[in-house]
Design a protein around this ligand. Structure first.
Ligand code: PXP
Length: 241
């Protein structure tokens, strides 16, 4: 089954809006796991407007599932990840002021850059994933970076799905199939939600992990966190990897 990793950044955004410690991010991370999440994702940004570096250190000892840290590989990010030793690091090319991730890596231009960083993580036994779009030319260079996985950037899928343009899945299927044939494992994320998740994983059943934040937190406002996580898991259940 495709694993559900919950991106808990939005909980930190809510906490930061008031100062103080409500909601308690450590409790959120523990509860997400207790309610069935198979992983926790955090995306500390340089301005620390959501999850902060110190949250990442605090959460780590309580992760009993998979810990995934996303971010732009600045020196301070790399050093933090090497200290925290998560199971997986997902590299994204966001500029520091990006509201949210808004593009995948140009693996052709950044092959050497990524290769050097990835080798540092690999030496430290941290699995790597590279955020990527569906252009097929990006995948062979991605393999040469040495990454274990790619994360397909699914915003376009989500937008087209809502317009009922289901054929958008074809480019994701082709990219995922190529990645798989090249020996990469595939994650996916961005704008996945209760409407579009099932179709995505039904059509591409060999997705290892989806990372979901914004929509899941919005749904939790209506349905509660435990119910919401169960609802997302139900969308993923029964689909064999
Ligand atoms: N994957 C990456 C690389 C991201 O940057 C984000 C957002 O931080 C997500 C997945 C999750 O996207 P969403 O919050 O839309 O579910």
């Amino acid at each position: 089954m495709t694993q559900l990793s919950i991106n808990i950044n939005k909980f930190a955004t809510l906490r930061n809006a008031r100062g103080g410690n409500n909601p308690d991010i450590l409790k959120v991370a523990k509860d997400c796991q207790r309610f069935g999440a198979q992983g926790i994702t955090v995306h500390p940004r340089p301005d620390q407007r959501h999850i902060r570096y110190n949250d990442v250190f605090e959460i780590k000892p309580f992760i009993i599932t998979e810990f995934n840290i996303e971010g732009y590989p600045s020196r301070s990010f790399i050093d933090m990840v090497l200290k925290v030793q998560p199971h997986q690091v997902t590299l994204v090319p966001d500029p520091p002021d990006a509201l949210t991730s808004n593009k995948g890596w140009d693996t052709i231009k950044n092959e050497k850059f990524l290769q050097e960083i990835i080798s540092e993580f690999k030496k430290n036994n941290i699995r790597t994933s590279v955020f990527i779009e569906t252009d097929l030319d990006l995948f062979e260079p991605a393999v040469r970076t040495g990454t274990d996985r790619v994360e397909l950037y699914t915003e376009e899928y989500a937008v087209e799905f809502d317009k009922k343009n289901l054929s958008v899945i074809n480019k994701f299927f082709q990219a995922a199939t190529l990645a798989k044939n090249l020996g990469l494992k595939i994650n996916a994320g961005h704008d996945l939600n209760l409407r579009n998740l099932k179709y995505f994983v039904q059509q591409i059943p060999f997705i290892s992990e989806v990372s979901i934040g914004h929509a899941l937190v919005c749904d939790a406002l209506y349905f509660g966190l435990e119910n919401t996580i169960q609802m997302y898991l139900r969308e993923l259940t029964g689909i064999k990897v």
